[in-house]
Design a protein around this ligand. Structure first.
Ligand code: ATR
Length: 513
């Protein structure tokens, strides 16, 4: 399994040690990024391994490679030499590794390192995609068998990630670190073992320091949430694909279950620019289950070999998993939604219920289909009239826009009001699509948004005395159905109860994403 290496990018040695000590229990080694230190601090790097008490990589990253060192090569080599000087016979007092770029040719440095057991990490940072044959490059970099080759490629697309993955798989260099830098390649750091890497670099993101490189994950999340040390060759891979995929409950939800159940499985975020390319990569990675989210719930359908009746009915798919090597699509949003709504109103169906659905997008389509299936009658209100009309006509529902006239119709559809638009989401907290409506206090109000926990729409409803529910319950509920699809069994009730209560304490963390 890959080792967790904490990248230390503070301005002073003391601060780096403070961070190291705080996160020591999560890591196997640390990288001292001398390029981030204040200039006078770099005089004291030689004692760092002794103070750290853990294997340390000595790195002075140039600005052209994404680091902060902008001085000349002479000065940099001198600093590297200082770090390797006065080598001690007790190797724990020396740097365990030194990062030497592939194009830096200073034999005396390498000799100094080798003499006292400091291993060489031969690195190459491809920030602009200029290396066309990554596999050949990795092979060419290793000069002696004991060297570690580090290839970090800035990726912009899933296709880039696929290229790097294949290069790593095919290169036949055992001691290697292969990283896809940037948000699009974030999972290469979690699935380091799968990408063939012996180390994965993380940062102390909850400190004020910035990430050591684009896409680095928080050191504690990597260790505790993703359970890096448990990820081996046989670990089953699950995840969520979407874009931009900045904040999602799913990785926390599934990984918490995997931990509680002691399952050899991991759930990763898969940001992607192309769901089609991602499904190709998912096949290579042997992904066993995938949640699909915005903006790919519709786009994914033509890529599936088969899909459920629910997917076909609403034209949206949020769950994909392999059956006999072919991708099968399911929609668990629908079942999650009705479970959650029926609980709120304490009913088994929606017969005799008059319901207002706000919005006419992808989510509203699923909501309308379920309201119809459960016997409810609905009014669909949407900013764009044509979309409201088109959706309403499928089920013979009423429709209108969000103006005074449309809102006026709610008086006849006010048993339940369901808010499905993105209005009121984090970043737009003050917005309320129903600001023209005055609640009577008798309505049950459901908002599918869960970040923030209480939108303006829900705040006003609660103030008027309405029963309210946000989208958290639905998200958990649809994830439970996903688990059932992925694993072929339900989440044990005891585990689910535990997760739900853990969710309360995790809530603020999830909200800030
Ligand atoms: P989703 O899959 O989340 O439903 P979508 O299909 O893009 O996403 O639909 C977004 C919904 O939010 C639509 O109903 C959209 O209204 P329009 O059909 O008029 O675009 C609604 N929406 C988004 N931004 C809005 C805004 N600022 N005011 C009102 N409605 C908005």
């Amino acid at each position: 399994m890959a080792k967790n290496c904490l990248c230390l990018t503070a301005k002073t040695i003391d601060r780096n040690l403070e961070i190291l000590n705080k996160y020591r229990k999560y890591i196997d080694l640390a990288e001292l990024r001398v390029d981030c230190l204040d200039q006078n601090e770099s005089l004291y790097i030689r004692r760092f391994p002794e103070l750290a008490g853990i294997p340390v990589i000595l790195t002075i990253r140039r600005d052209i490679d994404g680091g902060q060192f902008s001085g000349g090569e002479g000065a940099r080599v001198k600093l590297l030499a200082n770090g390797l000087a006065f080598a001690n016979a007790d190797s724990r007092l020396n740097f365990a590794y030194v990062d030497i770029e592939d194009d830096l040719k200073v034999p005396s440095l390498e000799e100094a390192a080798r003499t006292f057991g400091t291993k060489i990490i031969r690195s190459c940072h491809d920030l602009d995609g200029s290396i066309t044959d990554i596999c050949a490059k990795i092979k060419s970099m290793q000069r002696t068998g004991d060297e570690i080759v580090k290839m970090a490629v800035a990726v912009k697309t899933t296709n880039d990630v696929l290229g790097v993955y294949k290069a790593s798989r095919d290169c036949a260099v055992k001691n290697r670190i292969v990283i896809c830098m940037g948000h699009m390649g974030v999972y290469s750091r979690i699935l380091a073992e799968k990408f063939g890497s012996i180390f994965t670099y993380s940062s102390a993101l909850s400190e004020t320091e910035a990430a050591g490189a684009p896409g680095q994950l928080d050191v504690q999340d990597l260790a505790e949430l993703y359970r890096l040390k448990k990820i081996g060759k046989k670990t089953k891979i699950y995840g969520i694909a979407g874009y931009p995929l900045k904040a999602s409950i799913s990785p926390w939800f599934f990984n918490s279950i995997f931990a509680l159940e002691n399952m050899d499985a991991v759930y990763a975020p898969f940001p992607t620019d192309s769901i089609s390319d991602f499904l190709d990569l998912a096949k290579e990675l042997d992904v066993q289950g995938l949640a699909v989210t915005v903006p790919y719930k519709e786009e994914v359908i033509p890529k599936l070999s088969k899909s459920s009746a629910a997917v076909q009915a609403v034209g949206a798919c949020n769950t994909v998993f392999p059956i006999e090597g072919e991708w099968y699509g399911e929609n668990t949003d629908i079942a999650g939604f009705s479970c959650s709504l029926l609980n709120l109103v304490n009913r088994k169906n929606l017969k005799n219920q008059k319901i207002t659905i706000v919005g006419a997008g992808g989510v509203a389509r699923a909501v309308a289909a379920e309201v119809y299936r459960l016997g409810g009658k609905a009014l669909i209100l949407n900013r764009t009239a044509s979309k409201a009309k088109a959706l309403a006509s499928i089920y013979n529902f009423k429709w209108g826009t969000l103006d005074t006239q449309g809102i006026g119709q709610i008086s006849k559809y006010k048993d339940i009001i369901i808010q499905t638009t993105s209005v009121g989401m984090e970043g737009y907290e003050d917005a309320d699509p129903l600001e023209l409506y005055t609640y009577t206090g008798k309505e049950a109000a459901m908002d599918l948004i869960y970040m923030p926990a209480e939108t303006q729409f829900l705040k006003r409803a609660a103030k008027a005395g309405c029963k309210t529910l946000n989208g958290y319950d639905m998200v958990i509920s649809q994830a439970c159905f996903q688990y059932l699809n992925f694993m072929g069994k339900e989440i044990p009730q005891k585990v689910l109860n535990r997760i739900k209560s853990l969710g309360e304490s995790k809530w603020s963390k999830i909200r800030t994403g």
